[in-house]
Design a protein around this ligand. Structure first.
Ligand code: NCD
Length: 438
């Protein structure tokens, strides 16, 4: 696997892999154990924090991390006070911020924003949450909180519950848990499951499979007794239960999230899933750690705060330590090298496709055409390389044979990725000199 130096930035939890995560958590553990040793590690460095959306923990923990290591911080938390309000493009603002600071942390309401920002900036850019798409540093916090407890996440069973569709922490966490070797039980609130295609992509990248499991508590949470369990392919116990859905007997951790109202999340008439105190007596949750990225609403009652299984405030406490480890990896690779991150596939800007169909995509705000990336083992999928949404493609040409085929034709799977040329209309392809391949 070709790897991207970690100092080039962190945009998506899709870039994590086991060797990176293991080394990262060891580093975080050292920082946690010997905080004073790192006091001057970033002396003379300047970190910019731009938060175009509300934040308490994330912004403060990035700033705390910088201050703990002697770096200085410049920050913007009210975009109304910037030239953005005068209509300046994101790329222009980013170019300027990137020329002042040694590292840029950016939170943005649009999907894929930091991937775009990094095009204009020569220093590392860290995604502090982009729209519904991702929140990779929160995932590092979530995983580190579990790693501290267990030493390894391999084989542990973790539930993710709530507004999966709109919750960026959930989306990133699925990447993180699956790449760390955990089993994941998906408990989406009614009508708030992720869009088709996302889970398949995670399964393909991590070599995992999905099967159904059941438990009576799932019904109280999601309205259905059964839930999808994602796990390594080697664990084939599922075949023993061909005729009925196996019951899950325990969860090692459960990650709850709030309804993302600001991103269009709506609770169904059945309500929104959360823990109720009597449920904590069920064997399923007997030794289950309760996590939440915060802020919490009613899904985690305050009575749970005193329970020995509650870990959400511990998560928040780990925020600065994890961000210290990230800053060190990015700004002091000479002293604190870490394995490189897996690069996100690069985008191809050449095409005559329409705009990205995702109304939250950064390309729509900035009036840009979405570059495409391709994935899929059974069918070719063309995705916006900023927001990962499926682009509308009906025909695919092969640049070497100069023939064009319907997207679902078997011929398309035979075309090498570098020779793919996607089209919405056959006429566009014929106009560019392609022959109809059928
Ligand atoms: C999350 C976020 O902003 O996505 N909060 C955080 O960073 N800790 C979760 C949320 O707002 O629900």
């Amino acid at each position: 696997m070709a790897l991207l130096p970690v100092l080039e930035g962190l945009h998506s939890a899709e870039s994590f892999h086991r060797a990176f995560l293991d080394a990262f958590f060891e580093r975080a553990r050292e920082i946690e154990a010997h905080p004073l040793q790192f006091e001057d590690s970033l002396k003379g460095r300047l970190i910019a924090a731009v938060f175009e959306e509300a934040s308490t923990r994330t912004r403060l923990s990035f700033e705390t991390a910088a201050h703990r290591m002697g770096a200085r911080v410049i920050s913007i938390s009210d975009v109304k006070s910037t030239s953005h309000a005068k209509g300046e493009s994101l790329l222009d603002s980013a170019r300027m911020v990137g020329s002042y600071a040694d590292l840029v942390v950016w939170r943005h309401p649009r999907d894929g924003a930091t991937r775009l920002i990094s095009q204009a900036v020569d220093v590392p850019v860290v995604n502090a949450g982009d729209g519904r798409l991702g929140h990779p540093t929160q995932t590092l916090v979530d995983l580190y909180t579990l790693y501290r407890e267990w030493g390894s996440l391999e084989g542990k069973t973790v539930g993710i519950m709530g507004d999966l569709r709109n919750g960026r922490t959930c989306r990133s966490l699925l990447w993180g848990l699956s790449l760390a070797g955990a089993r994941v039980v998906l408990l989406p609130a009614t009508g708030l499951d992720w869009e088709a295609g996302f889970e398949t992509r995670v399964l393909e990248r991590s070599g995992l499979r999905s099967r159904e499991v059941c438990h009576s508590l799932f019904k109280e949470w999601t309205g259905s007794e059964s839930a999808r369990l994602i796990e390594p392919k080697g664990l084939l116990q599922g075949s023993l239960f061909r005729d009925h859905t196996p019951r899950l007997d325990h969860l090692d951790a459960l990650y709850l999230t709030r309804l993302q109202v600001e991103r269009g999340g709506k609770a169904s008439s059945g309500g929104y899933p959360g823990i109720r105190i009597p449920q904590l007596r069920d064997a399923l949750l007997e030794s289950c750690l309760i996590l939440h990225p915060l802020p919490r609403l009613a899904e985690v009652p305050v009575e749970l705060d005193q329970d020995p299984r509650a870990r959400y405030f511990m998560q928040a406490q780990m925020g600065p330590i994890v961000r210290q480890a990230l800053f060190l990896a990015m700004l002091r690779p000479d002293v604190w090298p870490l394995p490189d991150l897996a690069p996100l596939p690069s985008g191809n800007p050449e095409h005559r496709l329409g705009p990205c169909q995702n109304p939250g995509c950064i390309t729509l705000q900035e009036g840009l055409r979405a570059p495409w990336r391709v994935c899929g083992r059974k069918n070719r999928l063309f995705l916006c390389s900023y927001c990962d949404s499926k682009l509308t493609v009906e025909y695919v040409g092969c640049k070497s044979s100069k023939r064009v085929h319907p997207i679902h034709s078997q011929e398309v799977m035979k075309i090498r990725p570098e020779n793919l040329r996607p089209y919405v209309s056959r006429d566009d392809a014929l106009e560019e000199g392609y022959q109809w391949g059928g």
